[in-house]
Design a protein around this ligand. Structure first.
Ligand code: NAG
Ligand code: NAG
Length: 502
């Protein structure tokens, strides 16, 4: 129903072509929503969280081993509804100040996009009215005052998206206690973007993904702290397993095909990909598998273990309802990622460069594009491996949790600078702390929170790059276009020769 309201309210504001595109998208989403039980990525089974793996809910929760040791104080018990006094470990940051480390490194390149995302408000600033005008789309409003988080919830998100997003923000506050400026923001946990860049009210809205027709502000998605419903562990833990998974099979010994596994039902483009699967009649060099999450759950997720999926030389990425959180898991394999031209991006996907980090695949001619890419890679093994390596280094180094927190830190700091008013705690908001969430959590949710709990950082956040100049912005766009064009040329020649041979 929300989709219809959205459609009615928005369609008068956006150009006709946009309305047509989004209407198509909604028909598609609504149609597939009836497959609810079996959906991948956005709608895995609704079933309960699995039984806890040896987590004692009464014990104090300890921080992950690599962080400064700060246990949560859960002694107020499960009935507690208020945060304990002085729960941010400020004494430790004072200690850390005694050991100033070398100047912080500069942030990875993709941090540039923070400036781009906030560009619409660079001249107007952000007023309280603007923030409130995004309320109709938001799952929650987050206010930070004096380093503490206050949350007003409007409606529950799908699954645990809102829970783990808020958990991530609380960890950011623990990591940099007292360093984040006061702020006030609206957050939407839905896949599809909604705020047109032509909306004159300029409503600032945080979410995980969008395309170029929208102006939402990109924020790291919940899966960095875990996705209990489909057993996807916090990134800190999972990225180490993926790194290890890479060492199990040498690139040359991997299967010489393009692999994809996921739920095809969520998007028309994924249904289209199925046509490229190997059959008696033809082999496009693709091996495509449908993920059945219900079956997986019954079997204890043995077949969906991401760390043992780096056994093909080529891996396909294709978006779902919008971007797919699978992008980081696919790119983390040092196989060559074949990236089907995406419409949507999250906060880091924009930092990837064609032919440096991935091989672009045409969206409207997938099978022929994949066939050529795999043949190219098997005939240019050194180059293919180098691209695969560059992508896994990007994901495992530039997208490690330290940088995810730094991205959030800089994004929220830059956002706060634009606010034209001093945020105050809204009447209906309540204080939220890690204790309130983790002490009461159970099962896999609790385990993931324990595993992603952080203590104060002993270093400063990385140094933000300045905004792109118009010239450097242009050259980034041009560089990407050139990469695509190069592949397009090779692909044409390849098919011309293939056809000649036939
Ligand atoms: C935990 O919080 C309670 C209540 O605020 C306090 O009395 C107790 O000393 C705290 N325990 C620790 C280990 O800080
Ligand atoms: C693709 O083909 C393989 C091999 O025939 C098969 O096992 C697999 O189920 C097919 N995938 C889909 C989605 O039908």
């Amino acid at each position: 129903m929300k989709a219809n309201r959205w459609q009615l309210e928005r369609s008068s504001l956006v150009p006709l072509f946009l309305a047509v595109i989004t209407l198509g998208a909604f028909i598609c989403t609504r149609y597939f929503a009836s497959f609810a039980a079996a959906l991948m990525d956005t709608n895995p089974p609704k079933s309960s969280v699995r039984t806890p793996e040896a987590v004692d809910s009464t014990q104090d929760l300890e921080t992950a081993p690599n962080a400064i040791h700060i246990p949560l104080n859960c002694s107020l018990g499960e009935l507690s509804t208020t945060c304990p006094a002085n729960y941010y470990p400020s004494h430790v940051s004072a200690e850390a100040k005694l050991h100033p480390s070398s100047p912080p490194p500069s942030c990875p390149d993709y941090f540039h996009w923070i400036h781009e995302d906030l560009w619409p408000w660079r001249e107007t600033g952000i007023t309280r009215d603007m923030v409130m005008s995004a309320k109709w789309k938001a799952n929650f409003r987050l206010v930070v005052v004096d380093g503490k988080a206050y949350v007003e919830r409007y409606h529950k998100s799908s699954q645990s998206r809102d829970t783990f997003t808020l958990w991530g923000i609380l960890q950011l506050l623990r990591r940099y206690p007292g360093k984040l400026p006061d702020l006030d923001l609206m957050f939407d946990c839905v896949d599809r973007a909604a705020i047109s860049k032509y909306d004159p009210a300029l409503p600032p809205l945080f979410r995980y993904s969008r395309n170029d027709y929208y102006m939402e502000i990109m924020f790291p998605d919940w899966s960095f702290w875990g996705w209990p419903e489909i057993n996807i562990k916090p990134w800190e833990v999972l990225s180490k397993e993926l790194k290890e998974g890479n060492t199990r099979t040498q690139w040359r010994d991997r299967e010489a095909y393009a692999y994809w596994k996921g739920n095809p039902l969520v998007a028309a483009t994924r249904m289209d990909l199925l046509k490229c699967n190997v059959s008696d009649k033809q082999d496009w060099n693709a091996r495509i598998y449908a993920q059945d999450w219900e079956q997986e759950e019954k079997q204890g997720y043995k077949q969906s273990n991401l760390a043992s999926q780096c056994i093909h030389r080529f891996k396909l990425y294709i978006e779902g309802v919008a971007w797919s959180v699978s992008n980081k898991y696919i790119l983390a394999c040092d196989s060559l990622t074949l990236l089907v031209k995406p419409m949507f991006h999250d906060f880091f996907l924009r930092g990837l460069i064609p032919l440096k980090h991935y091989w672009p695949i045409k969206d409207d001619d997938k099978c022929r594009s994949i066939k050529h890419a795999v043949d190219w890679g098997n005939n240019h093994q050194e180059e293919a491996q180098a691209i695969g390596k560059a992508a896994s280094s990007f994901i495992l180094d530039e997208l490690k949790m330290d940088y995810v927190y730094d991205y959030m830190f800089h994004l929220l700091s830059e956002y706060a600078k634009l606010l034209k008013y001093k945020p105050t705690v809204p009447e209906k908001a309540s204080e939220l702390c890690s204790e309130l969430m983790a002490c009461r959590a159970k099962g896999v949710e609790k385990k993931f929170m324990v595993d992603s709990l952080v203590g104060p950082a002993s270093t400063q956040p990385c140094t933000m790059p300045p905004p792109y100049s118009p010239a450097s912005f242009h050259s980034v766009i041009q560089r990407n276009k050139d990469g695509m064009k190069q592949v397009d040329t090779w692909e044409r020649e390849y098919w011309k020769n293939q056809n000649k041979q036939m």
